[in-house]
Design a protein around this ligand. Structure first.
Ligand code: NAP
Length: 157
């Protein structure tokens, strides 16, 4: 099964100029704790935004290119989705915008940090989705550097 993990703004802002829009320590901590020990899947641009491999996780990168560094490179997305969509193993889809859009139709769970702020400079967005298709369970609400946020688990009905 695939689970999405993302941090989004009021307009579903995800990134700008290859970087994250929001930097919230509690979100980073939640991300680390949720994904550690698991397979994480990301697009080539998100991979390039990282300082290197995320430790203690199997780093899988989707790209048409051959890259140095990831644990696994996937060229055929459909084949990868077919292999894992019905498996019991939880595979974490960690972005970015293109990858979330491709995985959303086959995702059973989303862990979303929703930040109550916008950024007009954002250039990458989470895909539009219908909240009525999911059951929301709030995991944590907080405020950091004037940024109010809610971390929720959304499970497909
Ligand atoms: N807020 C958050 O939670 C969060 C999380 C992650 C990322 N981000 C941000 O999102 C931005 C990056 O997102 P993005 O949408 O620009 O890029 P992305 O989704 O990270 O990567 C896109 C790349 O993935 C590869 N790819 C995607 N679909 C493919 C397919 N079907 N087959 C083969 N390769 C495929 C392609 O790589 P090739 O060009 O190499 O073929 C494509 O250029 C950054 O600003 C990052 O900081 C935010």
């Amino acid at each position: 099964m695939f689970s999405i993990v993302a941090c989004i703004g009021k307009n579903r802002e995800l990134g700008k100029k290859g970087e994250l829009v929001f930097h919230i320590k509690d979100d980073m901590k939640f991300f680390r704790e949720t994904t550690t020990g698991h397979k994480i899947v990301m697009g080539r641009k998100t991979w390039e935004s990282l300082p290197g491999k995320l430790p203690n996780r199997t780093n899988i990168v989707i790209s048409s290119k051959d890259l140095e560094g990831p644990d696994e490179i996937i060229h055929d997305l459909d084949d990868f989705i077919e292999s894992y969509k019905n498996s019991e193993e939880e595979i974490f889809v960690i972005g970015g915008g293109k990858i979330y859009a491709e995985f959303l139709p086959v995702t059973s769970k989303m862990y979303l940090t929703e930040v109550d702020a916008e950024d007009i400079a954002a250039d990458t967005f989470f895909p539009d989705f219908d909240k009525n298709e999911f059951v929301q369970t709030i995991i944590k609400e907080g405020k950091e550097n004037d940024l109010a946020f809610t971390i929720s688990e959304y499970t497909k009905k």
